[in-house]
Design a protein around this ligand. Sequence first.
Ligand code: SIN
Length: 339
Amino acid sequence: MESVDNFKGIFKYYKSNKPKPSFDDVISLVDPSKLTDKVSKMTLSNITEDNRAALLGLRKTNEWELYSFHDHPGLFLIKNPFTALGQRYWIRKCLETYPRKPNKLNIDIETLLPDWWAKCFETGQCNRQLQKKLRWTTLGYHHNWDTKIYTDENKTPFPEDLAELSDVVAKYLGYSCFRAEAAIVNYYHMDSTLSAHTDHSEVNLEAPLFSFSFGQTAIFLIGGKDKSREPSAILVNSGDVMIMSKEARLCYHAVPKILSSELSPWDDKEDLCLISDDDTLLRFISDKTLLVSSMNKNYKDSVWTKFRDYMKESRINMNVRQVLNETQNSLTDYHFNDT
Ligand code: SIN
């Protein structure tokens, strides 16, 4: 017998413009003094500072705020660990670099563009229609939206900077062997939604999923392993990192609504500082000087205007996964640990 879909009702409730929903039950971490009994701020013992953080646009890890959700074991949120320059860097990467070929885009079926962002500005003016068409880009093992099956043939190199960022967050949470192998970058506009789904295509479902959000605020819904459970609603702001692990890894989740935010942390002047090339060793990136210069080139407000304009009415989410088991080097490599 089919179970009742209690997810749908809550999704419709938050999606609605008329009548407007009440946000009283939405879990918000904006004001820690107003935390409900549904959330706890966690204190991690023995945090060893990861000196890669600054180079990747992150604050020191001992300043990060980590929250857990009582009704959703395995679900965690790190409240915006990014600096203003860091937010600018990652937003720009998602717009200017990741949608370039050989990565895959939703618009490929209509027109194969080698460089979507450059095409948007080809005439000197911004082509807003083309800008709005981009809904997703996939990286690494490309998610196949029809079959939901990853294949070794449908794979391109995973961006080193995003692998390094994911590794810093993974290490902070105690995952020392996480490998970023696939990502979906989702682009939302003010009227976009993402319907209820689970992420279960990866061979490795033990590894956590890291979800980095930038731009306008989202209402994020998370329920249970089937749609009978009513989901909780959580406010996700620019810079927030959501981690879906253990029981939460396979739970239904969705985005029914994008809300205009009063804040634009990428423009927070007190927080906007250049980074310096120091003797920090990176794990995946060989050309550190290039990373430092591409981070710092976002410092100048005028350089960043095009990206700011896009983000005024958009949200970007980078969703990073490990596909393979630890002992596998490819999907056809069935060399599992001997038991
Ligand atoms: C996803 O589940 O793929 C994206 C979630 C989000 O945009 O926060």
